[in-house]
Design a binder for this molecule. Structure first.
Ligand code: 3PG
Ligand code: MG
Length: 398
C-alpha cells in the first residue's frame, strides 16, 4: 500500500472531503435489495465524519447516458445508506455540481454527510471531462476514492478529479487493493485459481494472464466445456463456444509453457434440460451422451479438486463451477466453496473471490463470510485479474 495515500495521511477535521463511492446497488421498486456496497463503504464515511470532516459522497447509478433521468436518481438510496451508517442522517442534493450542490455543501456542518445526485446525469462524467471534474473538485478540499468497483472506468469522478485535489484511497479501496495484491502479486504458494462461468470469450485475457501467475488453474462452468471440446472430448448438447477452440488451445499452451497445471472436470452431471430438478446423472467426462448437457462438475471432479485445494496456500475464485442458480446443479460449486471456506477458517488458506455471479454463488452456498476477502467489484475485479492497471487506481498512485 505504500504506493497509495490513505485516510491516515490527512488531517480532515473541518475539511470538506469528497468521497467517490459505488452506490450502484441493485434496486427493485425503489428499494435497495442488496446493501453490501453500502455496508462496505460505511466505515470510510463514518471515520471521516467522526474525525470532523464534512463528508460529500459522489457516485454513479446505472447508465443514464449523460442526461438527468429520474429513473436513475440516487435519492431512493438515501434511506438504505442512512441505515448502513447506523442511522446517521444523510442530506441529499439534486445535482452533483453547480448551485444546488454548492448550497447543500454550504449547509453541511463538521461531521455531516451529504449525498450528491448521480454524476452520470452529466455527459462530462463518462467523457472524463476536465471541466466537469473541476466543477466536482470545487466542492471540496480532499478527494477520497473508495469505489474500487468503478475503478476500471476512466471517468471524471474516478480519474480526472484525482489529479485536481490531494487524493487518497478510502478504507474499502485500501482493503480491495491489499486483498488482491496478497492473492496475485505476492501470494503464498501454491496459488490455485478457480475460474468458472459460462463463456471463455469474455475471459480470454483473464485466463491468459492467470496462467502466467498461478500454479494451478481449475476450470468449471460452461467455459470448461469449450476447453474439453478443444481437447477432442464430445460435450454432447452442452453450452460450449466451439469457435473458441483455438483460443482455448492457446491458453493450454501458455499454461504448459508457464508450468501452470490446468485442471478440467473428470466427470459431469448431465441432464436433458436446463431446469431446476431436471432428471440428471453423473457420467465420466468422455461419455457425455449427444442429447445431454453438462450442468455441473461431478463428485469425482469435486474430490480431485478438493485434494488439490488442500495443498494450496492461496485460492483465487471467479465464477461458478456449474449452473448454480438451479438445483441440483449448484452442488459442485457449493462443495468446493464449502471446502475453501473451511480451510480458510482453519487458517490454512487465504481465499479471495470476486466478480458478479461469484458473490451470488458464494452467498447461495452460505460461505461468503468465511472467505478471507470477497470483493465488491464485478468488472473491475475481472480487469484486475487480466493484469490491467485500473485508471481509478492509477490516478491514486503517489
Ligand atoms: C458495477 O456495478 O459494475 C460498477 O458500479 C460499474 O458500473 P458500470 O459497469 O455501469 O460502469
Ligand atoms: Mg458493470
Amino acid at each position: 500500500m505504500s504506493d497509495f495515500r490513505t485516510l491516515d495521511d490527512f488531517e480532515v477535521g473541518g475539511k470538506t472531503v469528497l468521497v467517490r463511492g459505488d452506490l450502484n446497488v441493485p434496486m427493485k421498486d425503489g428499494t435497495v435489495t442488496d446493501t453490501t456496497r453500502l455496508d462496505r463503504l460505511a466505515p470510510t464515511l463514518l471515520e471521516l465524519a467522526d474525525k470532523g470532516a464534512k463528508v460529500v459522497v459522489l457516485s454513479h447509478f446505472g447508465r443514464p447516458k449523460g442526461k438527468a433521468d429520474p429513473g436513475f436518481s440516487l435519492k431512493p438510496v438515501v434511506p438504505a445508506l442512512e441505515k448502513a451508517l447506523g442511522g446517521r442522517p444523510v442530506a441529499f442534493a439534486e445535482d452533483c455540481v453547480g448551485p444546488a450542490a454548492e448550497a447543500a455543501v454550504g449547509r453541511l456542518s463538521d461531521g455531516g454527510i451529504l449525498l450528491l445526485e448521480n454524476v452520470r446525469f452529466h455527459p462530462g462524467e463518462e467523457k472524463n471531462d476536465e471541466e466537469f471534474a473541476r466543477g466536482l473538485a470545487a466542492l471540496g478540499d480532499i478527494y477520497i476514492n473508495d469505489a474500487f468497483s468503478a475503478a476500471h472506468r476512466a471517468h471524471a469522478s474516478t480519474e480526472a478529479i484525482a489529479r485536481l485535489l490531494p487524493s487518497a484511497a478510502g478504507r474499502l479501496m485500501q482493503a480491495e487493493l491489499e486483498a488482491l495484491s496478497r492473492a496475485l502479486e505476492k501470494p503464498a504458494r501454491p496459488v490455485v485459481a478457480v475460474v468458472g462461468g459460462a463463456k471463455i470469450s469474455t475471459k480470454l485475457d483473464l485466463l491468459g494472464n492467470l496462467v502466467g501467475k498461478v500454479d494451478m488453474l481449475v476450470l468449471g462452468g460452461g467455459m470448461a466445456n469449450t476447453f474439453l471440446h478443444a481437447k477432442g472430448v464430445n460435450v454432447g448438447a452442452s453450452l460450449a463456444e466451439k469457435d473458441m477452440a483455438d483460443a482455448a488451445r492457446e491458453i493450454m499452451g501458455k499454461a504448459d509453457a508457464a508450468g501452470c497445471e490446468l485442471l478440467l472436470p473428470v466427470d459431469g452431471i448431465v441432464a436433458a434440460e436446463f431446469k431446476a430438478g431436471a432428471e440428471s446423472h453423473d457420467v465420466p467426462i468422455d461419455q457425455v451422451p449427444d442429447d445431454r448437457m453438462i450442468l455441473d462438475i461431478g463428485p469425482k471432479s469435486v474430490e480431485m479438486l478438493s485434494l488439490k485445494i488442500q495443498g494450496a496456500k492461496t485460492v483465487l475464485w471467479n465464477g461458478p463451477l456449474g449452473a448454480f442458480e438451479i438445483e441440483p446443479f449448484d452442488a459442485g460449486t457449493n462443495a468446493v466453496a464449502g471446502l475453501v471456506a473451511a480451510l480458510t477458517k482453519e487458517g490454512r488458506l487465504l481465499s479471495v473471490a470476486g466478480g458478479g455471479d461469484t458473490v451470488a454463488a458464494l452467498g447461495k452456498a452460505g460461505v461468503e463470510d468465511a472467505f478471507s476477502y470477497v470483493s465488491t467489484a464485478g468488472g473491475a475485479f475481472l480487469e484486475w485479474l487480466e493484469g490491467k492497471e485500473l485508471p481509478g487506481v492509477a490516478a491514486l498512485r503517489r
